[in-house]
Design a protein around this ligand. Structure first.
Ligand SMILES: *[C@@H]1O[C@H](CO)[C@@H](O)[C@H](O)[C@H]1NC(C)=O
Ligand SMILES: *[C@@H]1O[C@H](CO)[C@@H](O)[C@H](O)[C@H]1NC(C)=O
Ligand SMILES: *[C@@H]1O[C@H](CO)[C@@H](O)[C@H](O)[C@H]1NC(C)=O
Length: 292
């Protein structure tokens, strides 16, 4: 090799390094999206378009798994399935943001608890984080023979726990049965003994920010305050996050996150459940500022 071609190689590689460094793609962290019940990765279509305009080059991956009717599979199975697809993405050494819609927000809590990820900000977009207790069109469609007052008889059984909704159904009038049967939410909260609770808590605390978005016109998440970790007591009065037992005992890290100033709560009126992921104002005001 002559001296000339040697220095040309150096020059070319220096130029290449310069190009890589000024490519905007390296500026923002990647984003991963997990869809809601009966949904699919298409729920991220608007976000993908808007993100491309606001933060060109950002990579958003909407995970294609357990969509449509498969979203009714047990939550544990879904978490294991999604884990296989996202573990590498969520362990990105540069950090990564996670947006999860509706039931997907509970899938994501499972993921964030199960392994030592490198998620910077977890955006929980109208997710029933403290459980669900409401008559909705989903419930009428799936279980027409039941209403919210009676469906505990089915959900709180071995059969009922084969359905995702059963896994986080939280009937305030049958808490003994909830604790006995809930094979997902009660365990995630360490309300039912979870042998891995310390590890779950440590992993969850790798989060830098927890963004909770929800609102009073949601119409599906019931009570809507569940999107902010609030829930009904036995008189169907709302007990807010900070007065929940699992918050006070810090059994999965929520209190520590809060005291660290890491929890950011948005109460957004005027948004129906199916519109959270298609509403530009919500994206602009409550989501985009976190996707740095
Ligand atoms: C809990 O985990 C420990 C250590 O991993 C194990 O020795 C023990 O048997 C487990 N207990 C139960 C009830 O699963
Ligand atoms: C989970 O609950 C058990 C008692 O039921 C307790 O010993 C354990 O410390 C709790 N885990 C966490 C992380 O608080
Ligand atoms: C979009 O969100 C704004 C609040 O950011 C709300 O006022 C408006 O009603 C929403 N529109 C739809 C169609 O959801």
């Amino acid at each position: 090799m002559t001296r000339t071609s040697g220095s040309r190689v150096i020059l070319v590689s220096a130029l290449f390094t310069l190009l890589v460094e000024i490519t905007p793609a390296t500026k923002y962290k990647d984003v991963v999206f997990i869809h809601g019940i009966l949904g699919g990765p298409y729920e991220a279509d608007d976000f993908t378009q808007w993100l491309e305009k606001s933060h060109p080059g950002t990579k958003l991956t909407a995970i294609n798994d357990y969509d449509a009717l498969s979203s009714l599979w047990p939550m544990d199975a879904q978490v294991s399935g999604f884990e296989a697809k996202v573990k590498t993405l969520l362990s990105n050494p540069k950090g990564v943001h996670l947006i999860c819609f509706s039931q997907g927000g509970l899938v994501c809590r499972g993921l964030l608890s199960k392994f030592p990820h490198n998620v910077d900000t977890f955006i929980s977009l109208s997710s029933p984080q403290a459980g669900q207790y409401g008559d909705t069109s989903y419930l009428r469609y799936l279980f027409p023979q039941y209403v919210k007052k009676t469906i505990y008889k089915f959900f709180y059984s071995a059969e009922g726990q084969k359905w995702s909704v059963g896994n986080y159904w939280n009937d305030p009038h049958h808490q003994d049965l909830y604790l006995k049967y809930s094979a997902y939410l009660a365990i995630l909260n360490n309300q039912t003994y979870n042998n891995n609770s310390q590890e779950y808590r440590t992993n969850f605390l790798h989060l830098k920010n927890l963004v909770l978005i929800g609102g009073p016109n949601d119409g599906v998440i019931t009570p809507w305050q569940s999107s902010h970790f609030g829930f009904y007591d036995e008189n169907e009065k709302i007990v807010e996050m900070r007065n929940q037992e699992w918050y006070k005992s810090d059994s999965f890290g929520l209190k520590t996150l809060d005291q660290r100033g890491s929890i950011h709560t948005y109460s957004v009126p005027g948004v129906a459940h199916i519109n959270w992921h298609t509403n530009y104002t919500v994206f602009q005001n409550n989501i985009l500022p976190w996707l740095t």
